[in-house]
Every structure is written in C-alpha cells, then in structure tokens.
Design a binder for this molecule. Sequence first.
Ligand SMILES: NC(=O)c1ccc[n+]([C@@H]2O[C@H](COP(=O)([O-])OP(=O)(O)OC[C@H]3O[C@@H](n4cnc5c(N)ncnc54)[C@H](OP(=O)(O)O)[C@@H]3O)[C@@H](O)[C@H]2O)c1
Length: 334
Amino acid sequence: MQTTAVILARRPGQTFVAEDLGLGTIDLPDLSAGQALVRNQYMSLDPSTRGRMDPGEKQYTTNFVVGGPLDGSAVGVVVESSSPKLPIGATVRHRMGWREYAVVDDSAATICDISVAPATAWLSSLGQTGFTAYAGLLPVGLLQPGQIVLVSGAGGAVGSMAGQFARLMGAGRVIGSAGGAEKCAWLRDDCGFDDVINYRDGDFAAELPQLAPDGIDLFFDNVGGWQLAAALANMRINGRVSMCGAISNFGTQEQPSTAVLIETILRRVTIQGFIVRDYEDLRGEFERRVIDWLASGELVDRSTIVEGIANAGAGLAGLLAGANVGKALVRLSE
Ligand SMILES: NC(=O)c1ccc[n+]([C@@H]2O[C@H](COP(=O)([O-])OP(=O)(O)OC[C@H]3O[C@@H](n4cnc5c(N)ncnc54)[C@H](OP(=O)(O)O)[C@@H]3O)[C@@H](O)[C@H]2O)c1
C-alpha cells in the first residue's frame, strides 16, 4: 500500500516557506505482529518541526532528511490491525503524522478515549501541548499558589494552556504576551488571563513593569529573545524561569546580548530549560486533572485547523508567523 506524505523538498533558509516542503507518495509496509494501519484524522503543527529541518544535531530528537517524509504527532482511526492492543475502530495517538495513512507499532501508540474529549483535544490540552505546559509549571517552574506568573507566546498552544493551568492551580495573577488584538482579547475574555500585552503593537519592556509592579515569580517562556531579556529585569528575588521554547530564534530579528543575564545574579533567578519527554511519570496525573478541568468547563481548548495534507506546509508557515489561535492542527480526514 502507498500513502500521500509531506516531504522535505529542501532545507529552509532563514524564513521557512511552504515551498520548502512538497507532497510525495511513500510505501507502507505490510503489517507485522504488533502493528496497525491507521487512517490519520488530525496532525499537530509544532515549532519543533521547523528546527528538525536544519542539519544541526538535536539533543532530543532526529532531523529530517531532504527528500524524505516528515513525522510528528497525529491521531487517527485503526483500520487494520495485527495487535490486540490496537483494535479496529479505536482512535489512537502516535508520531507518524505528515501522511494520510500510517503503520504504527503498538508500543508507540496510545488509545485516546474520545468519550471524555474529542480527538483534537488529545493533540492539544490532553496531548504533548498540554503536558508541556504542565511539566513547565510544576516540576520545572515549581509553581506555588498565589504566585505572579508571566507566560510568553500565550496565544498559542502551549502558552494558552500554561496560563490557564497556572490559574487553575491557584496562581495569584497570570499575565500573558501575544501577538495581535484578537489573541489578547481571547486570553482575557475566555481564558481568564488577568492581563495580556500585545507585544507586536505595544512595548513589552515598558508595559510589563506597569502590569507587574511587584515583579514576576515564575516566567514560562515560549519565545526567548527580547521578551526574555525584559522579563529577567522584572523578576522577583529567587524567581524562576521555565524555559520552554525560543521561537524568536527562528526569525531574522536581532537578539539581545547575554549581558542581560546579570539580572539572574542580582535577583537570584533560577533558569531551567526542559524537554517534556523527561516527565512521562507525570502523564497519568496530568491527564486526570485536565479531563476534570475540561469536564467542568474551566479549561478552554481552542484549535486553528488547516484543511488537508496539501495545506500542511502553509499551515506550518502560518504557525511560525502567528496565524494560529490556540493549537494549530491539520485535518487529514474526517
Ligand atoms: N520544551 C519542550 O519540551 C517543548 C515542547 C513543545 C513546545 N515547545 C516550545 O513551546 C513554544 C510554543 O509551542 P507551540 O506548539 O505552543 O506553538 P504556538 O505557540 O502555538 O505557535 C507559535 C507561536 O509563536 C509566536 N511567535 C512566532 N514568532 C515569534 C517571535 N519572533 N516572537 C514572539 N512570538 C513569536 C506566534 O504567536 P504570536 O502571534 O503571539 O507572535 C505563534 O503563533 C515553542 O517555542 C516550542 O518550541 C517546547
């Protein structure tokens, strides 16, 4: 059997464009014992996919090969199976996205209970997105009730979850930053952020101390660059920075000097980077809490959905440019 897949056509230049990807046909192997054929329904669009197109070695994942297919998180329905763990008709999550059909090993796929949340949520609030927010706040950020929390990239997938989780875990105040008035209004009106800075139209460094005159206890950073520099200058003594992502590094914008790190000394700030996959032992408690928050209506899970595999490259370019509100997904089939 063959399937349509997204192929890395060439390594991107400084700015990723949809034409860096192409569509191709790849062979799928016959099922071996312990495998299933999955018709993919939705796949996740992730900033890390852009990083994996570069040749430089990553510490936590593999890079794509020019001419070869991409991969990434997806959910789909089992249509053929050689595994009792993956029955036909089950909805499963796995890492063989960027293709319409996939052969997956049962050791690398998990069943999604779509009676508690729709398939899309298993890539968003209940997926690696939500889990990243959870890990970044608790084992990394050591969030305490009453603390003042700042989340950059708050209008996106991880950021919108991080801010809402912080609120639900008892943060005293949650401040976000996002690009554009629509995202800022959504975060304030629907997601319960106390304040949001529109960093594209405003002056983040000037607005932050006005919104947090007593400083920030925990900064959940998705962005890096100038927002990180400004946040460091507004941290409380012994504050923490949970370094989730540095998406501003992908662009062409000039980056601040490491001289800003003097603030970590003056303010005794702890900065900790993390990779979500190191926290698998927390997966069960994370899912139980998020299922409860979704059921009670306290947690908003919003997706921006691009239609069809042919538009996946444009969807990724849109994500990197800020086109998504909440989680960016591609619908591959009904
Ligand atoms: N450490 C981990 O294990 C882990 C796991 C998953 C994700 N991450 C990281 O978490 C971050 C968020 O990922 P996500 O999947 O939730 O993506 P996302 O936030 O849904 O999408 C990316 C967003 O980044 C913003 N952005 C783009 N360029 C920017 C710039 N130069 N400065 C400021 N913001 C910019 C855009 O929103 P605006 O409109 O607001 O600009 C865009 O919507 C990424 O840095 C990602 O690499 C880390």
